[in-house]
Design a protein around this ligand. Structure first.
Ligand code: FAD
Length: 359
């Protein structure tokens, strides 16, 4: 694979080794491609930037879940103003996200992908050759852009997530037994919501809002934390801080022909996270797996595989993302005009309520 000094010619270069990239590297290597995968982090999955909930159906997607599951979730409870609604058909798992990402990378390596950490993408030239921060140049046949919501790879080829929610999360002691994911909706959380997700003796308490309102995050989260401390639900100590961006504008076109290379976008880089819930692990694993399979075929000369990948994403995620984008934009526009959203407005923009699913 190594040609002239510092130059490699893999079939597939995967940028990013989160759930999308690791799944892509595994499936491309399993399909027989020579795969190089890189991540700018020094260790898989760390630092964690996640509330760590995955739906029960994830079990069908990856064995990594077996190693990473920490607690079952049996329902979702939504708090709107003074009211509380329980949704029992919302089962899933709380995971250790760092362990999950590491298990996916181990699977990619077991399938033959070469995975390197502490390496970031520097540039992609007009002909499609890639320069990394270590000075090496790569001339892959296919690049998989799996480098997250602000994907530098996507940006280099003209695919940018333009609508973003920003989040802030703390991990706190949990003073009660909790088996539900708790959701807090409020007019003063524009374009987002707050969550309390249990993980054994601790919980992830977080809040997301539209990027324009990011300056409000710290105070809003401190207020919610104080309220839950006063209710005796969580402790006052803060054990960990995290946060990060979530793409909320829906799916980008996931295929780009750039010079001599085909670029396939997957996961957050492709805008596949649900704009209402912020959930994106499942779609990252699913899209990554499909992107890897398509990349191996494209590298072997089957260019139709890229078009099929685009169609597969549309079939899998198109309708649900379209609804979520519309619901979020409608609610946000109302806030932007200075009219405080009503409880009915809030319920129409949350998946637990029939109003969300109505026409
Ligand atoms: C606070 C928060 C809470 C969340 N909670 C949940 C949840 O409970 N459940 C859920 O399903 N989803 C949740 N999400 C969303 C979920 O984390 C993402 O959808 C998911 O991580 C997407 O996976 P990915 O592989 O596409 O991207 P990422 O996990 O972001 O991985 C991208 C990788 O690319 C690497 N990278 C970036 N730039 C470069 C570069 N130039 N060169 C090399 N590598 C690069 C990064 O280091 C990173 O490891 C949450 C997000 C946030 C911010």
């Amino acid at each position: 694979m190594r040609g002239m000094m510092g130059t490699t010619f893999p079939d597939v270069l995967v940028v990013g080794l989160g759930p999308a990239g690791a799944s892509a590297a595994a499936s491309a290597a399993r399909a027989g491609a020579r795969v190089h995968a890189i991540d700018r982090k020094h260790e898989a999955g760390k630092p964690v930037q996640c509330a760590e909930f995955v739906p029960a159906m994830m079990g069908q997607q990856t064995r990594a879940l077996n190693e990473a599951t920490r607690q079952p979730i049996s329902e979702m409870t939504t708090f709107v103003a003074q009211d509380k609604y329980s949704e029992p058909n919302f089962i899933g798992h709380m995971i250790d996200r760092a362990a999950f990402d590491a298990a996916l990378v181990a699977e990619a390596e077991a399938n033959g992908a070469v995975c390197a950490f502490g390496i970031s993408l520097r540039t992609i030239s007009a002909d499609g050759s890639v320069t990394l921060c270590d000075g090496t140049t790569h001339n892959p046949r296919v690049i998989i852009a799996a480098d997250g919501p602000r994907s530098p790879t996507g940006r280099a080829v003209g695919r940018v997530n333009r609508e973003i929610a920003e989040t802030r999360q703390i991990t706190v002691p949990l003073l009660e037994t909790l088996q539900s994911t708790d959701i807090f909706l409020a007019p003063d959380y524009p374009g987002g919501y707050a969550w309390l997700f249990p993980k054994g003796a601790v919980a992830n308490l977080g809040l997301g809002v539209d990027e324009q309102c990011r300056h409000q995050l710290k105070q809003l989260l401190a207020d919610l934390h104080a309220r839950l401390v006063a209710e005796g639900r969580v402790g006052a100590d803060i054990l960990r801080h995290t946060g990060g961006a979530i793409p909320v504008g829906g799916c980008l076109d996931p295929v780009v022909e750039h010079g001599n290379v085909t670029v396939l976008l997957a996961g957050d880089a492709a805008g596949l996270t649900n704009p209402i819930t912020g959930a994106g692990i499942n779609s990252a694993v699913q899209s990554g797996t499909l992107a890897g399979r398509a990349a191996a075929k494209v590298a072997a000369g089957n260019h139709l595989a890229a078009t099929e990948y685009r169609d597969d994403l549309e079939d899998l995620f198109g309708a649900s993302l379209e609804r979520a984008v519309e619901r979020r934009r409608t609610l946000l526009q109302k806030s932007a005009t200075g009219i405080e959203p009503t409880i009915t407005d809030l319920k129409r923009a949350w998946i637990a309520f029939p109003e969300y699913w109505a026409a």
